[in-house]
Design a protein around this ligand. Structure first.
Ligand SMILES: CC(=O)N[C@H](C=O)[C@@H](O)[C@H](O)[C@H](O)COP(=O)(O)O
Ligand SMILES: C=C(OP(=O)(O)O)C(=O)O
Length: 349
């Protein structure tokens, strides 16, 4: 089983439980206290990791793009640059957040939105680096990231399968310590666009752990992704869905995130084995309600049991398991038997 090693204790893929990432992204609204509350909420919800987004604005965007007006209800500034600057934490704030996450006891990292941010996160010694869908076509960056030999979790929104194969080839040329996440980059994703069965296609194509980064509303699709085999699950977390910001609408509140984690663990437990067998917990129901072979009428020793003479009923005491019906027909009774009496091995020959 392929596994990605995040650190000495945490491995992703193979038989390990699904690695659940609470994506704060920019839902902190540029406020470190909200960011801390989200870290704590992620921990309390049972997430395995909490994640931010790290951007070096000059590196990720052109000057002109940053000067573009950003006039909408989710904007934190007149231009896109002002908006993004408001949402960006400084190095010392990141140090504070990582320290806080460490104290709270949850893994903490960020997506590197560009090469400068990637180096920043490497220096911060984060457990792994996420590469978001914004870089799924950024082959230069992917090559750079692969060369750094740190564990990577890479999202694949906004590109088709051939580009995903290219991402796989680029990283696996350097190492196999990475996962690919199926992702559709819309906020929120219409359910009919989730194309969740892509997860299975990735699992059939790539020999690395596959996961899902979900931007759709609610938890149903995310839960289905785990049932389909996702070994990493990322969902946005927010304190309040009505807060200002592009991603709150497709985020989960702390109680919803907690329910998600609980349900993921139930699903993993329930997936069990593909071997169909009778399990111990079924025994009371077998005893109470499973049908067995009984006499359909009264017959005497030496008489032949014709098809209509044997019935299948819930009986007390039980007769032979009803699956043996065909073996009993046309056999001779060894004892006298009354209607409804159970038929057992040794009652016929
Ligand atoms: C593709 C990508 O990066 N997506 C991220 C992860 O899901 C998002 O959180 C964006 O940063 C966010 O939606 C941007 O919103 P605005 O443009 O209002 O800052
Ligand atoms: C954009 C990101 O993720 P995704 O593509 O998985 O939504 C991210 O993690 O910053």
């Amino acid at each position: 089983m392929v596994e990605v090693k995040i650190n000495d204790e945490v491995k992703v893929g193979g038989n390990n439980p699904c690695f659940i990432i609470a994506e704060v992204g920019q839902n902190h609204q540029g406020d470190i206290e909200i960011a801390k509350r989200l870290i704590k909420a992620a921990k309390d919800a049972g997430a395995n990791c909490v994640k931010f987004q790290k951007t070096c604005l000059k590196e990720k965007f052109t000057k002109k793009y940053l000067e573009r007006p950003y006039d909408n209800p989710n904007s934190w500034g007149k231009t896109y640059g002002e908006h993004k600057r408001h949402l960006e934490f400084s190095e010392s704030q990141y140090r504070e957040l990582f320290k806080y996450a460490h104290e709270v006891g949850i893994l903490c990292t960020a997506s590197a939105m560009d090469m400068v941010s990637f180096d920043f996160l490497v220096n911060m010694k984060v457990p792994f680096i996420k590469i978001g869908s914004g870089d799924s076509n950024n082959l230069l960056f992917l090559k750079y990231a692969a060369s750094k030999q740190v564990p990577l979790i890479i999202s694949t929104g906004m590109v088709d399968k051939s580009a995903v194969k290219t991402i796989y080839d680029i990283i696996s040329a350097q190492h196999k310590n990475f996962c690919l996440l199926h992702c559709i980059s819309a906020y929120p994703v219409p359910y009919e666009d989730c194309n969740l069965t892509v997860i299975q296609d990735y699992m059939n194509t790539f020999d690395i752990p596959i996961g899902y980064s979900g931007q759709e509303i609610g938890t149903a699709v995310a839960l289905a992704s785990v049932a389909l085999g996702a070994k990493v699950l990322e969902k946005h977390i927010t304190l309040e869905k009505t807060m200002k910001g592009t991603d709150h609408v497709c985020s989960l509140t702390p109680p919803e995130f907690q329910q998600l984690v609980r349900d993921v663990r139930v699903i993993e437990n329930a997936l069990g084995t593909p071997i169909k067998k009778v399990v111990t917990s079924e025994i009371p129901c077998i005893d109470k309600l499973q049908k067995s072979l009984v006499m359909g009428c009264t017959k005497n020793k030496g008489e032949i049991l014709y098809p209509g003479d044997v019935k299948i009923k819930v009986a007390e005491p039980k007769g032979l398991n009803a699956l043996h019906f065909e073996e009993v027909i046309y056999k001779t009774l060894v004892y006298d038997k009354k209607e409804d009496e159970p038929l057992n091995q040794g009652d016929f020959c």
